[in-house]
Write a protein of this length. Structure first.
Length: 767
């Protein structure tokens, strides 16, 4: 079986060897799996020799990888520390999104599945999935107290996956720093959704939709819902009717978290597009980036306005000052140092309090060819770090995952193969980072020695040549660590200025291999800097292949460390260096990956409450099942998650999980288990569908080894082929599939990759 499917199969169906600090609520997972059952269609009975060969190769890989096992220490306290940990303290490009459990970032829903091959024999329990919802879950409470039910007995809140805003109020008033962090996270989510819309449509959204008579009906914020992960909410709107008429007015209470004001928590939003006729979205235009004369990098596309000018989130109304030359009364009162905004290329910006109305106007116009450039006024948004923020060492480590406390986890069952572990080379030793005093002295020496070369390096080629020289010198400077570190720093800056991503990665690897820096943070910092500096440059002159290849293990590591939004920012940068062809597979997978990373972040945030409930009351099987579902479907930790789900209230999912835990030794019983998971997968979407499908593939792969020539064997081969030919749908599976497409090894950590790269570079130099 192709490598793509091998890694696809492993994703989401085995023990995930890092922190399970996210949760897929049982209510959410079951809701996703409780969609209309699709009609099975007859499959082909043509058996292919190639398919048999693929299946045998895959099975061999299962046997090989299944030998890899491991476990970590108890995770509960570490999970909570990580969930409470603030991600503030950096610039907008480096420290994105605090891990706030009250927030729920979201992403675009998956498209409906194609018809699948019919199963010939096994049956599963036909209990209603709705009955599996625990009575004390938040979703059930909403269904019983707030919303009506449809013909299938499903509440609106359950269908759309959002509680009314009245039920999402914080227990205590947010601090100024808390509101600032929340506003910045909202900005990030809206930006990601706008980027996904632009990637798919090729143009920015219109500021509002109209009915057949040309009358404005609903805001662009409604149009963005599928790209925020709220496809079901989007489907509830009637675009032929006004925002304040039924059924649209009844949907106001379901405002997505990304649009919620952290000051008010109501149905109005402060996040608005500039819609004066001189601005991008004026006259309801749908511009492409190429139509922005001043360049997307120099033009503001979204601002956070003052509370006095907030509008209902579905209302077709945005930032439209009476006089475009007098904008200051509308801005700057929410944040102490200015206004949060977005450049049209996606970079967050702080519009400082001291900016004049003329500067604000120039920043928002798009065809005036103003002299103003982003660099003239750009200031990064900083998020202050909370005083009680734990040190990074207190967060979850990759190996702190396999077991929970003895009183809440049953004996574990061998579940199959493992995901790539990104293992460090045990023989590696690294030096401490030189002190600040040592580095300052080394940098001063470097400037004195290379002053002339630095001053004369004006062209791109000259800067690239000097950066390469610095990398070589640093590699040879074994007796002077501070000198080597300073040379690396200069080389990194010059590599960015010379648009050379490959050289940048070489310098990063040299630093990571030698010094005790955080390999993920070091890669992240310089990739983000490269993306920001080259965003306004022609992609054809930027050497981005190295960035694209390195992005995949960086994103994969980000998933391990639960830094979903940071991983998403790397995916956005990497996507710029894929083929310009809209049909390019890597670009398509990266776009989908960004969507699924947002979903994973939302589930991570939502998981904290269930874990807290479960810790405080181990008899709360609903909370345990919710957390277990998250472990299975989002983190792929089936070994830990399945016993928790099995303790939940009955229903199709619970019945299939119980069957799974009982196991199967006969091939025909393994086929039955595979069919049960396959049927569940066809009722879900995104990571839920992915997890159930991959679980089915695991059982099919075990069965096919011993199945004789029969209709059952043809049936299993068809299912395996269908799964192999489909794109991945979860962050883990997508990341691994991308690694296969690009040719990247995810079995080694970023530190080990750096060490290997350094050795290879030295061998080349010796030759």
């Amino acid at each position: 079986m192709p490598t793509t499917r091998r890694i696809r199969h492993s994703a989401n169906m085995v023990l995930w060897w890092w922190s399970p600090d996210t949760r897929l609520g049982q209510a959410n997972s079951m809701r996703h799996l409780n969609v209309q059952r699709e009609s099975n269609v007859s499959g082909s009975t043509q058996r292919s020799t190639d398919n048999m060969s693929k299946s045998f190769r895959y099975t061999a890989l299962i046997c090989l990888l299944g030998l890899i096992q491991g476990c970590g220490e108890s995770q509960q306290d570490l999970f909570l520390k990580h969930a409470q940990r603030d991600r503030g303290g950096g610039t907008a490009n480096q420290e994105v999104a605090s891990q706030n459990a009250a927030e729920k970032p979201a992403t675009a829903a998956e498209p409906a599945a194609d018809p699948v091959v019919a199963k010939p024999r096994p049956q599963i329990v036909k209990t209603s999935v709705a009955s599996a919802l625990p009575k004390d879950t938040p979703t059930q409470e909403i269904a019983e107290s707030e919303s009506g039910k449809d013909d299938n007995g499903t509440s609106l809140a359950e269908t759309i996956g959002i509680r009314p805003i009245s039920q999402r109020q914080p227990e205590t008033e947010l601090t100024a720093d808390g509101r600032r962090r929340r506003a910045f996270e909202n900005l990030q989510r809206i930006n990601e959704a706008l980027a996904l819309y632009l990637d798919e449509k090729g143009h920015y959204p219109k500021s509002y939709t109209t009915n057949s008579g040309g009358v404005p009906t609903l805001s662009w914020r409604v149009e963005l819902l599928p790209y925020l992960g709220h496809e079901e909410l989007y489907k509830q709107f009637d675009f032929s009717r006004a925002w304040n008429m039924p059924p649209n007015k009844d949907l106001l209470q379901y405002i997505p978290d990304a649009f919620v004001s952290p000051e008010r928590f109501d149905v109005k939003t402060n996040y608005q597009l500039p819609v004066d006729s001189a601005f991008i979205f004026g006259e309801n235009r749908a511009l492409t980036p190429a139509m922005i004369d001043d360049g997307p990098e120099n033009t503001i596309m979204l601002v956070e306005v003052n509370d006095a000018h907030a509008v209902h989130w579905t209302e077709p109304k945005d930032f439209d000052p009476k006089s475009p030359m007098k904008m200051s009364p509308y801005l700057g009162k929410l944040r102490i140092d200015g206004t949060f905004a977005l450049w049209a290329n996606g970079f967050p910006v702080l519009l400082e309090q001291g900016l004049s109305d003329a500067q604000l106007f120039q920043a928002m116009t798009y065809e005036k060819s103003d002299a103003l450039r982003a660099g003239d006024i750009h200031r990064a948004i900083t998020v202050e770090q909370a005083e009680d923020d734990p040190e990074p060492e207190a967060s979850l480590a990759p190996d702190q995952v396999a077991e929970m406390a003895d009183d809440i986890i049953r004996p574990q069952v061998d579940m199959g193969i493992d995901l790539p572990l990104m293992v460090d080379d045990p023989a590696m030793t690294r030096e401490p980072v030189p002190s600040a005093i040592e580095l300052t002295a080394a940098q001063n020496k470097l400037r004195d020695i290379f002053r002339d070369k630095i001053q004369h390096a004006k062209s791109t080629d000259e800067k690239r040549k000097l950066a390469s020289e610095f990398v070589t010198l640093a590699d040879d400077m074994e007796a002077d660590p501070s000198g080597a570190f300073a040379l690396q720093q200069a080389a990194l800056r010059l590599a960015i200025e010379s648009n050379d991503g490959t050289l940048l990665i070489k310098a990063i690897d040299q630093r990571v291999a030698r010094f005790e820096v955080d390999s993920f943070r070091e890669n992240l910092k310089w990739i983000q800097a490269f993306g920001e500096e080259t965003a306004s440059r022609d992609a054809s002159i930027v050497k981005g292949d190295g960035i694209l290849k390195r992005a995949i293990p960086v994103i994969y590591t980000g998933i391990r460390e639960n830094e979903y939004m940071l991983a998403s920012s790397v995916a956005r940068i990497a996507n710029r260096f894929t083929s310009s062809n809209r049909e390019d597979k890597v670009s398509r997978l990266l776009t989908r990956l960004r969507t699924q990373l947002g979903t994973a972040k939302r589930e991570y945030d939502q998981s904290v409450d269930d874990l807290v409930r479960f810790r405080s009351n181990p008899d709360d099987v609903a909370a345990g099942a919710a957390f277990g579902s998250f472990l299975c479907f989002i983190k792929g930790d089936w070994q830990t998650g399945l016993p928790l789900v099995a303790d939940g209230t009955g229903g199709d999912l619970v019945e299939v999980v119980k069957m799974d835990l009982r196991g199967a030794s006969r091939a025909i019983d393994q086929v039955a288990l595979g069919d049960a998971w396959w049927e569940l997968s066809r009722r879900g979407s995104g990571a839920y569908r992915q997890g159930a499908e991959d679980r089915a593939v695991m059982w099919y792969s075990q069965a096919i080894v011993r199945l004789p020539e029969s209709l059952d064997r043809i049936h299993v081969e068809n299912r395996l082929k269908e799964a192999d030919e489909s794109d991945a749908r979860s962050p883990i599976a997508l990341c691994i599939q991308l690694a296969d497409e690009i040719g990247v090894d995810l079995t080694k950590s970023l530190t080990s990759i750096a060490a290997k790269g350094g050795r290879a570079a030295r061998r080349n130099d010796d030759d």
